[in-house]
Design a protein around this ligand. Structure first.
Ligand code: ZN
Length: 387
């Protein structure tokens, strides 16, 4: 199988990634999709593994279906495809079954678990359901009996998720992966589930500040790397997760837990590592110069995704230009080298966006990485003990 080459423009990111995680063989991407989505996105097995190989050829991933046009009845067809793909890549993929609480979820879950599914995926926005229902309770009971984790969309498009917290607290034995940093209700979930023994938060977020803030709200042992492929890419997403982890002061062992160690424990039916206090202080010093750059990058990213689906990377260009203008500073002080590095990444992103569409999507990875750098300089300076 052909390994998809890591884009050349990622060279400095890949080099830093190797410093942040010298041994990438234990990486587990907690949140990836295979198949087709109604929004036009799709991802096949070879491409998925090729992108995962960019991290390491031993890297593993949890995989599940998208909002597949062939999901009825009961997600059976997409679930069968995911199980078959996982069987084609032994040792690399943990297949999860996607369930629709309104469409025979328990028998479909039992069927998939008997066929080797290692977890359950729920998408309360796409399937428009709440957690205060007998079906949701039945799915938690199924996961508890089988000893498998449930990954739940907790990102864009959700209302308050108090009913999920209630259900999770009634079933503390069920490991939970709250996707997208639980941004739909991060404060409430981090607070109410503070004593839950097996809830983790995945790092696939639009904004690096959501990931940074996780390290101030929950134990580092409750944070797991995820890319949300095909919407993100493992190399760029891992860079963001580990860059933030280093900023939070995690050493190489701590970063290895984020990258895959903690998720491996959940997938193997072991408890996650014992929690330690959130490493970041609630109030943190920041560089005003870098904050300007980061703000424009987020505006550009919002313009690009707001124009979709599919996103139009060209819509980000005016804000990238403003971010680059903020990088041009003859008196940048301690952050001169950082601003120069970010400017270089943004220059590459501009060139990619001017090219063909696939290249333009690679540019998103550069924007995310540049935003993460702007949000996390200087590294390892803002631990609670240092304030
Ligand atoms: Zn997803």
């Amino acid at each position: 199988m052909a390994v998809e080459p890591t884009p050349a423009v990622y060279a400095t990111l890949a080099a830093e990634l190797l410093e942040l995680l010298p041994d990438p063989t234990g990486v587990v991407d907690a949140h990836t999709h295979l198949g087709a989505d109604e929004d036009g996105q799709s991802l096949g097995l070879e491409r998925h593994l090729g992108l995962l190989d960019q991290v390491d050829e031993a890297a593993r991933a949890c995989v599940f279906a998208l909002h597949d046009p062939e999901r009825r009845p009961a997600y059976r067809t997409p679930n069968d495809r995911v199980l078959a793909w996982a069987a084609e890549a032994p040792g690399r993929l943990y297949p999860f079954c996607r369930l629709d609480p309104a469409d025979d979820p328990v028998s479909e879950g039992e069927r998939c678990l008997a066929l080797g599914a290692r977890g359950i995926k729920l998408h309360p926005r796409a399937q428009s359901f709440g957690f205060d229902t007998p079906a949701a309770t039945a799915i938690f009971e199924l996961a508890g009996d089988a000893g498998v984790p449930i990954l739940i969309h907790a990102g864009r498009g959700m209302g308050p998720m108090d009913a999920l917290a209630d259900l999770a607290l009634r079933h503390p034995q069920v490991p939970l992966v709250l996707a997208h940093g639980a941004i739909a209700d991060q404060g409430m979930l981090a607070t109410r589930l503070a004593d839950h023994p097996a809830v983790v938060y995945d790092t696939s977020c639009f904004s690096p500040f959501d990931v940074v803030e996780l390290f101030a709200r929950v134990p580092a042992e409750r944070i797991v790397f995820a890319s949300d492929m095909p919407y993100g890419r493992p190399v760029g997403a891992l860079f963001v997760a580990l860059r933030v982890a280093a900023y939070a002061g995690l050493d190489v062992e701590g970063r290895a837990l984020i990258a895959g160690g903690t998720m491996t424990a959940l997938l193997e039916g072991r408890p996650p590592p014992p929690p330690t206090p959130p490493p970041l202080a609630a109030v943190r010093p920041a560089s005003g110069r870098l904050s300007r750059v980061g703000a424009y990058l987020l505006m550009g990213f919002g313009a690009a995704i707001g124009s979709g689906p599919p996103p139009d990377p060209a819509k980000a260009l005016p804000m990238i230009a403003l971010a680059r203008a903020a990088c041009r500073d003859p008196d940048a002080g301690a952050f001169a080298a950082t601003l120069e590095r970010i400017d270089g990444l943004l220059a590459d992103a501009e060139q990619l966006i001017a090219g063909e569409r696939e290249q333009a999507l690679v540019a998103f990875g550069l924007l995310m990485a540049a935003g993460a750098i702007a949000a996390t300089e200087p590294l390892a300076a803002h631990r609670e003990s240092a304030v």
